[in-house]
Design a protein around this ligand. Structure first.
Ligand code: IMP
Ligand code: MG
Length: 183
């Protein structure tokens, strides 16, 4: 079977190639490793969009680490945030006293991360920082301090490399703009 090719879908346009993503993750990994020394880092991947970024970023950071997942839903079904954030899966272990690194796919309005920081800070980690593959600064409604940003992108809806539209396109290797009627 042929691999998913964005070119076969006229609504998809490559914004960031898988090669560029790989190179940037190597850089981010080196920076994070330099900042955290030997760790341990408690990596928290926000499901589902960040699973691919987490997998590559974790392998680019040669520190002791633990990996956990948290499920947050804020989007409902379309392309715009519902503004309501819901915890759908909690962490498996305590983060008290841990150096937490939240791994996100994209920071858009900032509503999800504002909520998440509030929830996690109450659990008394030693430190807490955010790494995101993508940042859409033009869309921000809540200020969020992001320590590690892969790419700043314009205000366009993107899919691929973990990001979805209606649960599709997560398996694309590149980050692509999806030009389609809004959902
Ligand atoms: P925020 O709360 O508006 O910052 O939204 C963050 C979440 O919305 C991300 O973790 C994504 O899951 C989703 N999201 C925001 N923009 C996009 C996009 O362009 N494509 C796919 N998902 C997006
Ligand atoms: Mg997400």
């Amino acid at each position: 079977m042929a691999e998913p090719a964005p070119s076969s879908n006229p609504n998809l346009r490559v914004l960031i190639s898988s090669d560029a993503i790989g190179r940037r993750i190597t850089e981010l990994g080196a920076r994070i490793a330099a900042d955290y020394g030997d760790g341990p880092i408690h990596m928290i991947s926000i499901l589902k969009g960040s699973f691919m970024f987490l997998a590559d970023l974790a392998r680019a950071i040669p520190c002791r680490m633990q990996i956990d997942f948290m499920g947050i839903s804020s989007y409902g079904k379309g392309k715009a945030s519902s503004g309501e954030v819901k915890l759908t899966k909690d962490l498996d272990v305590s983060i008290e006293g841990a150096h937490v690194l939240i791994v996100e796919d994209i920071v858009d309005s900032g509503i999800t991360l504002t909520y998440l920081m509030h929830v996690l800070e109450q659990r008394h980690p030693k430190s807490i920082r955010i790494a995101t593959l993508l940042d859409k600064p033009e869309r921000r409604q809540r200020p969020v301090h992001v320590s590690y940003v892969g790419f700043q992108i314009p205000d366009e809806f993107v899919v691929g490399y973990g990001l979805d539209y209606l649960e599709e396109y997560r398996n694309l290797k590149d980050v692509c703009v999806l030009d389609e009627p809004c959902g």
